[in-house]
Design a protein around this ligand. Structure first.
Ligand SMILES: [Cu+2]
Length: 520
């Protein structure tokens, strides 16, 4: 089963014009790894456009917050017009951008309640970014029609990695060509197509577990076992009318390697080397690559994604099926609650100037939407005396089923805090039960295996879910996603003897250990 539909009101057909141009600048990054891709120069404001700055806040971020919220009636442009570019960021009261290892924008989704979404029932999702802070820019000649009567809301998830409260503003800059501008008269309308490997899911995530997939990479949904149990391919959308695609860039969290956009046309044959393996009628349209500046590898938010080059203009036909897949690195670590999203922009009813992707390859390499960001400079992984190496600590044997409370951001037994010298131990076949006693305060914790001794400083690249034997409790808490719905988690009974170190994925400074002893 596939979802189809075109729910946007018929667009006014206007004549083509050129307004500004996207110019690629030389690749420059500060710190970390050099970029393999050119960085799009998106600083110039397109001709005829105005750049408007908006903020939502102050937003109080509770200690350990990792919940999903909505803000209604967010600031909007004061004039009708066409939006041609958009970007987002966070700021504190003093104007600085918070370091990503302290507070990060898990995601922001800008939603227009006055228009229907193209790929899901519900209001229109027209812009989104996570901590990778991808910038959206439409190619010259196209714009997203905006009316002051539109009603916007913001769906946001801010993640406080620390145990202290904080306050931030979500900022967004919009490049808009006012309707009264002569430049507006020549624009063609563009509409957002939300493509998502878990489109329509309340919390659109999946887990990419270390060692799964092929050759150290895991592609969703292709490598997943029964990714869509009710038979709806959530990663697909049937194109309701002819048109051209204009631009896209992907969203992935750390561990993500690339998002891929595909087009299936019944009876067509993709050009040589451009077909999806095993599907000659499915052609590759674009690969949005996560290019890591992170010195520790493909493991942190220190990356940017590539967006389509300015010349990208695939023609799509009514009845074609657009689909998305996303690929993660599973050599190094597990990546829990992962995503694969691409907001694709389309000009409905326009095919002039486009390229038929079944005749000529269109999947040229893209351009990064920005370079290395200074808020990503705290990588972690350095030696510290803050933690005790518990792999050599003495055991204190506890009965199987012993409850270990988690309270005030600490594991009650086996806490890796400096000075602790013992770990709780059970015999093989037994279990320990972790219980999150902070859950009533809306604070979620995890027990996630990390490679022993897991005792280095916290940062965006440390610790990782990189233990030899993987386990993860999910986010212990109630109240809906991302919480698992349970405040307890039991250690798997099949662990072989050894000392196991773990951390909290939400608060990476939280570390602990337990031991499994041979059967007595
Ligand atoms: Cu925690």
């Amino acid at each position: 089963m596939r979802r189809a539909g075109w729910t946007v009101a018929a667009a006014v057909v206007l004549t083509v014009g050129t307004v500004g141009s996207g110019v690629a600048a030389a690749s420059t990054t500060s710190g970390g790894q050099p970029s393999r891709y050119p960085i799009a120069n998106l600083n110039p404001i397109p001709a005829g456009a105005e750049r408007l700055h908006f903020e939502v806040g102050p937003l109080t971020v509770r200690p350990g917050q990792n919940s999903i919220s909505f803000t209604r009636r967010i600031p909007q442009p004061p004039v009708d017009g066409y939006i041609v570019g958009m970007r987002t960021n966070l700021r504190r009261a003093d104007g600085t951008v918070p370091p990503v290892n302290v507070i990060h924008l898990h995601h922001g989704v800008w939603i227009n309640l006055s228009s229907k979404d193209t790929t899901e029932p519900g209001p229109e999702r027209f812009f989104a970014a996570g901590e990778e802070k991808t910038i959206m820019a439409l190619p010259a000649g196209y714009g997203y029609a905006y009316h002051t009567t539109d009603s916007w809301i913001l769906n946001w998830m801010l993640h406080n990695n620390l145990s202290t409260p904080d306050q931030v503003w979500i900022t967004y800059d919009i490049d808009i060509i006012p309707a009264t501008s002569p430049a507006a008269a020549t624009l063609k309308p563009a509409v957002p197509i939300w493509m998502d490997v878990q489109n329509g899911s309340g919390y659109p995530v999946f887990d990419a577990i270390k060692g799964t997939g092929k050759n150290g990479q895991y592609t969703y949904p292709d490598d997943a076992v029964d990714p869509y149990p009710n038979g709806i391919a959530k990663n697909e959308w049937v194109v309701p009318e002819d048109g051209v695609l204009l631009t896209t860039a992907g969203h992935v969290p750390p561990g993500g390697l690339h998002d891929d956009l595909w087009l299936t046309r019944q009876g067509a044959t993709a050009p040589r080397g451009k077909a999806k393996p095993g599907s000659p009628d499915t052609v590759h349209l674009f690969e949005s690559v996560a290019d890591y500046f992170e010195p520790a590898g493909k493991v942190s938010w220190d990356f940017a994604v590539t967006g389509t080059p300015a010349s990208w203009r695939p023609i799509v036909h009514k009845g074609d099926v657009l689909s998305i897949s996303t690929t993660y690195d599973t050599k190094t670590a597990s990546w829990y609650e992962s995503m694969g999203i691409m907001v694709v922009w389309m000009a409905p009813g326009v095919t002039a100037g486009g390229t038929d992707p079944f005749r000529h390859p269109v999947d040229a390499s893209g351009e990064l939407t920005h370079g290395h960001l200074p808020e990503n400079n705290q990588h972690g992984g350095k030696r510290t005396s803050d933690y005790a190496n518990l792999t050599t600590a003495t055991s204190h044997i506890v009965p199987s089923g012993t409850v270990i409370p988690i309270m005030d951001f600490a594991y009650a037994q086996g806490n890796m805090a400096a000075g602790n010298t013992t770990v709780p131990a059970i015999h093989q076949g037994g279990t320990l039960v972790f219980r999150n006693d902070d859950a009533s305060k809306g604070i979620y914790h995890t027990i996630t295996a990390c490679a022993a001794p897991c005792d280095l400083t916290s940062g965006i690249a440390y610790p990782l879910a990189n233990a030899k034997i993987q386990f993860d409790s999910a986010e212990l808490g109630r109240g809906g996603p991302p919480a698992s719905g349970s405040i307890t988690w039991s250690v798997p009974r099949d662990l072989p003897p050894g000392t196991y170190t773990y951390f909290c994925r939400i608060h990476p400074f939280m570390r602990g250990a337990f031991r499994v002893l041979p059967k007595s």
